[in-house]
Design a protein around this ligand. Structure first.
Ligand code: NAD
Ligand code: DAU
Length: 333
């Protein structure tokens, strides 16, 4: 039986990838609720028929907008957030408003209407790990966020847990590692370096470039979320990851090689304050209990396809590029 899904933040990077995934893989219909901040892009949702996808421009923190959409949905998948750590260091206030008040507003509406709720979160709620140790994050790792962004995501997770326990909201949570793939904003690490290279600018590595991220393709994140929506246990948290640990220097060197340039042709720039050292996900629970497996097991091939996407879609990213770089230039990055 096809469902009607409310997808918040569906015009952003991972939300739009989820909408593409759902509309291709299921008969579900989707309403996207997105306020179109600098990170939302209507053309990320081009080409779908009106009987499968409706787009509503509105703020998740506005109860009057949220309520009727929640009432008609079988489930909400909540991606909308302020998502960029560097921005949260410049001005935390929109992060508190959207990530905390916005999530609270959605939870209250889900509580009123009994709507199934899936909350999208991040591995950053767990803080960071040492380099070169076998430890990875699990569902039992204590919360220890470092940045205003990750602190507000941690707070939003705790709100969801409290609404499950106190009000019986039918919610699940997933915490995923760093995503890459098409339609990611040029402020983020991989698209920033790809589009810099297209423009003849050297890649920018924060500090020594030894920080490790655990990369997963956005489409694998989407298939995991759909699996949890279908088969997850209410009240539970699932970690999503695809065993993709790489340090930033390795990623930049690979990008340079794939784009036909010398692997040492990059610059070290001012480090991010409080920069988390390493993230790593143990996704055993999702794999063993729900039977999920990632499809993208070749990071180099996934990155090459991502480079091709940015080369072919300059009209998508070009309008954001100059303002993004101007912002980075102010902080020496
Ligand atoms: P993004 O910044 O690309 O997109 C966020 C979207 O939310 C945009 O379309 C924006 O317009 C919308 N939005 C922001 N504030 C809103 C508001 N008040 N009301 C309605 N819409 C609003 O972010 P992303 O990278 O796609 O991340 C999506 C979600 O996934 C976030 O919750 C993030 O914490 C989580 N996440 C991201 C990653 C990653 O690697 N990018 C990894 C794990 C989890
Ligand atoms: O782990 C999941 C998180 O991944 C998500 O919750 C966040 O929404 C998402 O933005 C991402 O956070 P990061 O801070 O890890 O991603 P970012 O793309 O900003 O940076 C990735 C790494 O690259 C990080 O170690 C900082 C570094 N970096 C980033 C930029 C933009 C550079 O070295 N140079 C750069 O120019």
């Amino acid at each position: 039986m096809p469902r009607h899904l409310l997808v918040t933040g569906g015009a952003g990077f991972i939300g739009s990838n989820f909408v593409h995934h759902v509309l291709a893989q299921t008969d579900d219909t989707v309403t996207v609720l997105d306020s179109f901040t600098y990170a939302g892009n209507t053309s990320s949702l081009d080409g779908f028929p009106a009987n499968r996808l409706r787009i509503v421009k509105g703020d998740i923190a506005d109860a009057a907008t949220v309520d009727p959409l929640m009432a008609e949905a079988d489930a909400v998948v909540h991606y909308a957030a302020e998502s960029h750590n560097d921005n949260s260091l410049e001005d935390p206030s929109p992060f508190l408003q959207t990530n905390l008040i916005g999530t609270f507003t959605l939870l209250e509406a889900a509580r009123r209407h009994g709507t199934r709720f899936h909350h999208i979160s991040t591995d950053e709620v767990y803080g960071d790990l040492e380099l070169d140790v076998p430890d990875r994050f699990t569902e039992a790792t204590p919360y220890n966020p470092s940045s205003p962004y990750s602190a507000t995501k941690a707070g939003s997770d705790l709100l969801v847990r409290a609404w499950v326990r106190s009000f019986d909201v039918q919610a699940t949570i997933s915490n995923c590692s760093n995503n890459y793939g098409p339609r990611q904003h040029v402020e983020k690490f991989i698209p920033r370096q790809i589009t810099n290279l297209i423009d003849g600018i050297r890649p920018r590595l924060y500090g020594a470039g030894l920080n490790v991220r655990d990369w997963i393709h956005a489409d694998d994140h989407s298939s995991a979320v759909l699996t949890i929506l279908d088969r997850g246990t209410i009240g539970e948290t699932y970690l999503i990851g695809a065993d993709g640990e790489k340090n930033n220097k390795e990623v930049v060197e690979l990008l340079l090689r794939l784009m036909g340039l010398a692997e040492d042709d990059y610059e070290h720039v001012t480090d991010r304050p409080g920069h988390d050292l390493r993230y790593a996900i143990d996704s055993t629970r999702l794999r063993t209990e729900l039977g999920w497996e990632p499809s993208y097991d070749d990071f180099e091939a996934g990155l090459a396809a991502t480079i091709d996407w940015y080369r072919a879609h300059e009209a998508w990213w070009r309008p954001q590029k100059a303002a993004t770089e101007a912002k980075y230039a102010k902080s020496g990055q």
